[in-house]
Design a protein around this ligand. Structure first.
Ligand SMILES: O=C[C@H](O)COP(=O)(O)O
Ligand SMILES: CC(=O)C(=O)O
Length: 206
């Protein structure tokens, strides 16, 4: 059976990482991304509005809305309560890993080295973010890590742009990449967001 998080990772080649300050921007941003072909949205819990943004984006047909920057079980519970469909974290701690696995929600924890991945595997996890991807050794580091961990599936995030995303997607275990380049902070330029999404959605994994 394919894990639910793997299905989410395979939905589109890019997961936009969103920092949204104003809930009024939530629906226009989500609609533009979905129209552009990127339905999987990671709303980071980095703003006071984030939980309301998750709830608002969930009303957009086709949007698959997750929470990012989930740091602990309290964040996890708040994100689930807001309606998040999946959870992303920058790293993997014992309390968050335990709570996320027990909750059953699709979970994509951040990992940057072998120890992180081993702790995730101990919890039965097989799908990880590689974060921060470019500054944790970039593609050479991820390729080296994939030697002992060939069964894991990865979403690199951190320093990825339209220019280098294809190189990351060419790594066999990489199912998608995450990045904030699609949506600038502030009032949304929906035409620009849709165009950026369209370009990203056209990327292929080969
Ligand atoms: O904090 C960074 C986000 O996870 C995404 O990284 P980025 O802004 O380099 O795309
Ligand atoms: C780094 C990231 O993507 C997160 O804040 O979850």
């Amino acid at each position: 059976m394919t894990a639910a998080i793997e299905q989410i990772m395979l939905t589109a080649p890019v997961i936009p990482v969103l920092v949204v300050d104003d809930v009024a921007h939530a629906v226009p941003i989500a609609e533009a991304l979905v129209r552009g072909g990127l339905p999987v949205l990671e709303v980071t819990l980095r703003t006071a509005a984030a939980l309301d943004v998750i709830a608002a984006m969930k009303t957009v047909p086709g949007a698959i809305v997750g929470a990012g920057t989930v740091l602990n079980p309290q964040d996890l519970n708040a994100a689930i309560h807001a309606g998040a469909t999946f959870i992303v974290s920058p790293g993997l701690t014992e309390p968050l890993g335990k709570a996320a696995v027990e909750s059953g929600i699709p979970f994509l924890p951040g990992t940057a080295n072998a120890g992180d991945m081993m702790r995730g595997l101990d919890r039965g996890l097989r799908h990880f973010k590689f974060f921060p991807a470019e500054t944790s050794g970039g593609r050479p580091a991820l390729k080296a890590l994939m030697g002992p961990f060939s069964d894991v599936r990865i979403c690199p995030t951190g320093g990825i742009t339209l220019d280098n995303a294809s190189d990351w997607l060419a790594i066999e275990q990489v199912l998608c990449v995450g990045g904030s380049w699609l949506v600038k902070r502030g009032a949304p330029d929906v035409a620009a967001i849709e165009a950026a999404a369209r370009a990203a959605a056209a990327l292929t994994r080969d």
